[in-house]
Design a protein around this ligand. Structure first.
Ligand code: AHG
Ligand code: MN
Ligand code: MN
Length: 335
């Protein structure tokens, strides 16, 4: 039997290999791993909501039943408070930044951005959801953490990943040396290394976009989607970015959330959806750009909850899409 490597063993081993290792990032990643297990347990119970009590009511033990995205938010915040290494969090669920309490004499070195539950509308119908996270260092010159501390370029991110609560639960993360996937073994309650050194295929047979918005997309984007249809690519759209991008990572393809009339800047959030997923995909050999064809990781954020368009996936397909949009923008400007 092959030796099992747990997430904790892997994190510790890999941080030791880095020359500037202090073990501090390890603590933040471990906090995230623990929160993921707690959220997983609750996601698995979601189908029992009618037995255990609906949101807002009291459950059998007299506790108030919470919406799952708020539950996940709370658990991640609580777990990230454990090690004292994370100073503050930006979460989709909180308008303001969340300052974490200091732990003894520790000086925290990190900031975390997160979407605690991605694709939350899928919960009621027993379809996969996820968590997205990114970790930044507090910049050396900063004496106190404010909203501005989080306005770092995506390329400054030092670790990123996601958890997919699917048919099995997986945690995929990177610290900038490739990406690795861990599957939760419920019998031992540990994430075990199951997908080492993941590489995205150069191309794939899938495209993923909410095609129901077709008429709300720019004309170049509509032409590109027509082109995907012409190529007979298979359309897959789960409505949870984590799940949709996860498919592309393993099977190859392209995921798009362009600007629509309702969301002229795109719908997804730059800091805690687009940037972490872009870092993961780039570390697997893929690419991620926005509808203006800028690299997502090069965008300078102006606001912690800023939205962004995104086109992410297999490298050859992103480059082809880029060429396609450039060509048709040029044709349109001449006509
Ligand atoms: P969240 O549940 O965190 O609000 O995110 C949902 C996001 C994303 O996961 C998904 O790709 C997209 O919204 C789906 O949006 P549409 O329903 O507009 O396609
Ligand atoms: Mn989301
Ligand atoms: Mn969410």
């Amino acid at each position: 039997m092959n030796k099992i490597t747990t997430l904790d063993e892997f994190i510790i081993h890999h941080e030791k290999l880095q020359s500037d290792s202090t073990g501090r990032l390890t603590s933040v990643l471990r906090d995230i791993g623990i929160a993921a297990k707690i959220v997983n347990r609750e996601v698995n119970k979601a189908g029992l909501v009618n037995i255990l009590g609906i949101e807002g009511s009291s459950n059998a033990s007299g506790d108030q039943v919470q919406k799952l995205d708020l539950f996940a938010n709370e658990k991640f915040i609580k777990c990230l408070s454990n090690s004292g290494e994370c100073a503050a969090i930006v979460s989709e669920e909180n308008q303001q930044i969340i300052h974490l309490p200091k732990v003894k004499d520790k000086k925290p070195g990190y900031l975390v951005v997160m979407d605690p539950l991605d694709g939350s509308s899928n919960i009621d119908v027993n379809v996969s959801v996820g968590t997205i996270f990114g970790i930044y260092k507090i910049r050396g010159e900063e004496t106190e953490v404010t909203k501005e501390s989080f306005l770092q370029k995506g390329s400054d991110i030092i670790a990123a990943g996601y958890v997919l609560y699917g048919t099995s639960t997986m945690l995929v993360y990177t610290t900038g040396n490739g990406i690795n996937g861990f599957t939760l073994d419920p019998s031992i309650g540990e994430f075990c290394l199951s997908h080492p050194n993941i590489k995205i295929p150069d191309r794939g047979n899938y495209y993923s976009v909410n095609q129901g918005y077709y008429l709300k997309f720019d004309v170049e984007m509509r032409r590109y989607i027509d082109y995907c249809c012409d190529l007979n690519l298979r359309l897959r759209y789960i409505g949870s970015m984590v799940s949709d991008v996860h498919r592309m990572l393993f099977q190859g393809g392209i995921f798009l959330y362009p600007n629509t009339r309702k969301y002229p800047q795109g719908k997804l959030r730059l800091l805690y959806e687009c940037v972490p997923m872009s870092m993961v995909v780039e570390q697997a050999g893929g690419r991620a750009i926005n509808s203006k064809l800028q690299q997502i990781l090069d965008v300078e954020p102006q606001d912690i909850h800023q939205r962004s368009t995104i086109v992410i996936g297999s490298p050859e397909m992103i480059t082809e899409m880029e060429e396609f949009i450039k060509k048709y923008t040029l044709i349109d400007s001449v006509v």
